[in-house]
Ligand binder design. Structure first.
Ligand code: MOS
Length: 711
């Protein structure tokens, strides 16, 4: 096969294959796809958090120049969505009722010839309300009786092994503390947006999404269509972080509006509308009790998490899941409780559960280390779980010891003095902290096609999404690696429900799921080409000799039964240096060292970017990010990027990323485990632990704001 190059591209830190398109503006995001005769829709939101819309005045808006339609709960077409507190996955608020559940809920949609006219029309809509007193305070809100909770994923409220009471009472040392994390909201660069176009009874949506098939199915259901009658297209998504995993209100509203005005409709949320109608991170109050022997062996862990949901859905922030598997401990009990607040429904947000949960657990482990006078890394090594203690299964692979070793070495951890306030640099107190990182490795069934044309070029297709992680690039590398051709000879196409189905880009599962399908498709193509080639003949020549028709294969790929024998997780360790100015309450993060074991690295550069992104978010989670709600009205007070404080360049110091050499054949065909979410896990705890080491102050409520550091 003369046109083969012997270079294996898997793992190589090549630039993104779509990088040039992105920086030149050639990458087309949903709103940029060409659609003719398009109308524009703008959402009007409620200014109360609880009650009813009693009447609306839409006359002025309807008279305004360019306005085509004003949809409200009083005139909107009926669609098939689950009722509030139904047992569905997600309950869109799409003008089906006058009931208001949160401040910022869509209560009208203005459709016009131009975006400006739609904005103007939206300003002219006014609403009267019958206002109830909203429930907004986590401390005073009643806990929902457990029997009335309908968990979206069937989560068990109490999960226990051993005897936690006894484990705690017999412990030589106990720590018990409560940790709090605030509401947060996703702020991807690209706001949610969609374009809806009907052709008869068939609907096409160009959508900014992490899950083309999940959005398709929800929208099809809403309009009583077969999934095949809805086509979802999404070539590029400007970040999602969990908020774009499924449909929210706007896709259904856009399709509804397009049907009413009989034209394609574009709809984008404003930045402010990203707070409320499209999910966010739940607030948590987490009580952790740890019991240990004098020499640091855990005898008991109890982790009770209370989080908020909305009055629409029963979303449970799964903050306790890592607590059941991370450390070898015979007696463990985790529970959750829910409270209803009049806020938008929470949802998945980067490492949902593990980000909030590792903050609490890894802070408590640090507190235990100080109680015992044991180095925090040593305490974790002492309790290293050699097999999954929850499922009682072997790990498919686990290199956590290596992560601690490599991270500690790169950081210089051995020079750390245990005592708080032991390091200073002028007016800055210096602190070093660490935490364990963990996230599940998940593979779901996925399909892909691979085709070679007579010129030797290969096109691989899979219905996945590019949400910024580097999917175009990594998938191209997998196919090139299997086929033994340069990556430039592969074109990977994604983002269309006409392609083979793959899972949504959530749960860090794309590398293992879609990656395996691409691997298997390339393998099948290679075999088919080999079977039709004569000795010494290149695949392209074989295709030409056979008549020049492209050779194509389609595969469905899923984990084999042996996968069930194993527990599959990624692991890592985060080491952080902070500097604290006590007089000004400032915390700076000059240096973070990470070491992660995430299976085979598909592209060292994009993988590194994922970890950096996660750590940056960890800095925001630890120090600045929180959604503030007006306690009287439920209005999202800081619903814009100048007041919702995500880290900027000046907030981020050096992030030194290390990967442990690991290959996990049980998780995926390439050995990759996925790297999208683990980077944020442990990061906030590592920072908070460093702040304790710097100051001797244990702050248990995030974010570590100036006022809290000074208090
Ligand atoms: Mo991730 S929060 O599952 O997009």
């Amino acid at each position: 096969m003369s046109d083969r190059m012997e270079t294996s591209t898997l793992g190589a830190p090549i630039d993104r294959v779509d990088g040039r398109l992105k920086v030149t503006g050639g990458a087309r995001y949903a709103l940029e796809l060409p659609v003719t005769n398009v109308a524009y829709a703008v959402i009007v939101t409620s200014s109360i958090a609880k009650g009813r819309v009693s009447s609306m005045d839409t006359a002025a808006a309807e008279r305004a120049k360019g306005v085509l339609a004003v949809l409200t709960p009083f005139n909107a077409p009926k669609v098939d969505v689950p009722p509030p507190r139904g047992k569905g996955m997600r309950i869109p608020t799409v003008l089906q009722s006058t009931e208001v559940h949160y401040n910022g809920q869509p209560i009208a949609l203005v459709v016009a010839d131009s975006f400006e006219a739609a904005m103007e029309g939206a300003h002219l809509v006014s609403a009267r309300y019958a206002t109830d007193r909203p429930v907004l305070d986590m401390a005073s809100a009643p806990t929902i009786p457990p029997e009335e909770v309908h968990p979206l994923f069937g989560e068990e409220r109490v999960v226990a092994r051993g005897d936690v009471k006894r484990g705690l009472s017999e412990a030589a040392v106990r720590v018990e503390h409560v940790y709090g994390t605030p509401l947060e909201n996703h702020n991807p660069m690209e706001v949610h947006n969609t374009v809806a176009a009907w052709e008869g009874d068939k609907l096409t949506l160009y959508d900014s999404t992490q899950g083309i098939f999940s959005v398709r199915d929800t929208v099809a259901q809403a309009f009583g269509l077969k999934p095949g009658d809805v086509r979802l297209v999404s070539y590029f998504t400007g970040g999602g972080f969990g908020s774009k995993g499924g449909a929210w209100s706007h896709q259904i509203l856009a399709a509804m509006a397009a049907r009413v005005v009989k034209r394609p409709v574009k709809l984008a949320l404003t930045r402010r509308q990203m707070f409320g109608p499209s999910g966010g991170r739940a607030m948590t109050v987490q009580r952790i009790s740890l019991g240990a022997t004098r020499d640091g062996a855990l005898t008991a862990i109890r982790h009770a998490s209370t989080s908020n949901t909305s009055t629409i859905e029963d979303w449970i922030e799964p903050a306790t899941s890592q607590t059941r598997m991370l450390y070898a401990c015979p007696n463990v009990e985790t529970t959750y409780d829910l409270k209803r607040l009049n806020v938008g429904s929470p949802t998945f947000m980067r490492a949902p559960g593990e980000s909030t949960g590792t903050y609490a657990l890894e802070s408590a482990m640090d507190e235990l280390a100080y109680e015992l006078g044991i180095d925090p890394v040593q305490l974790r090594l002492k309790n290293h779980a050699d097999r999954d203690p929850e499922l009682d299964k072997p790990w498919s692979s686990k290199s956590l010891r290596e992560c601690y070793r490599i991270g500690a070495e790169a950081f210089g951890w051995s020079k750390r003095q245990m005592a708080p306030r032991s390091m200073r640099d002028g007016r800055w107190l210096v602190g070093w902290g660490m935490a364990t990182a963990t996230y599940p490795a998940v593979r779901q069934p996925a399909g892909a096609t691979a085709r070679m044309t007579a010129d030797g070029a290969v096109v691989v297709r899979a219905g996945t999404q590019e949400i910024g992680c580097g999917t175009y690039t990594a998938m191209s590398q997998i196919a090139a690696d299997v086929l033994g051709i340069p990556v430039e000879r592969v074109r990977f196409e994604l983002g269309d429900t006409d392609m083979p189905a793959t899972p949504p880009s959530v749960g860090s599962m794309t590398a293992a799921s879609t990656g395996s399908a691409v691997h298997d498709a390339a393998t099948a193509l290679k075999a088919k080409l080999a079977a039709m080639s004569n000795a010494g003949e290149s695949p392209a020549d074989a295709i030409k000799r056979a008549g020049g028709q492209p050779v194509e294969v389609t595969v469905q790929s899923q984990a084999g039964p042996d996968a069930l024998q194993f527990s599959m997780h990624s692991f890592g360790a985060v080491f952080t240096e902070v500097r604290v100015d006590e007089e000004l309450g400032l915390v700076r993060v000059p240096r973070v060292v990470t070491a992660h074991a995430v299976g085979t690295i598909l592209n060292e550069k994009t993988a590194r970017s994922q970890i950096i992104g996660g750590v940056v978010w960890g800095i925001g989670m630890a120090l600045t990010e929180e959604t503030q709600i007006d306690p009287r009205t439920g209005r999202y007070v800081n619903a814009q990027l100048d007041e919702y404080l995500v880290p900027v360049n000046a907030d981020v110091g050096k992030i030194d990323v290390h990967f442990v050499d690991e290959h996990d054949p049980h998780v995926s065909a390439t050995g990759a485990k996925g790297v999208g979410e683990i980077g944020i896990t442990g990061a906030a705890a590592s920072i908070a632990n460093a702040v304790f080491h710097a100051t001797g102050k244990r702050l248990r409520e995030l974010p570590l704001r100036v006022d809290r550091v000074m208090a």
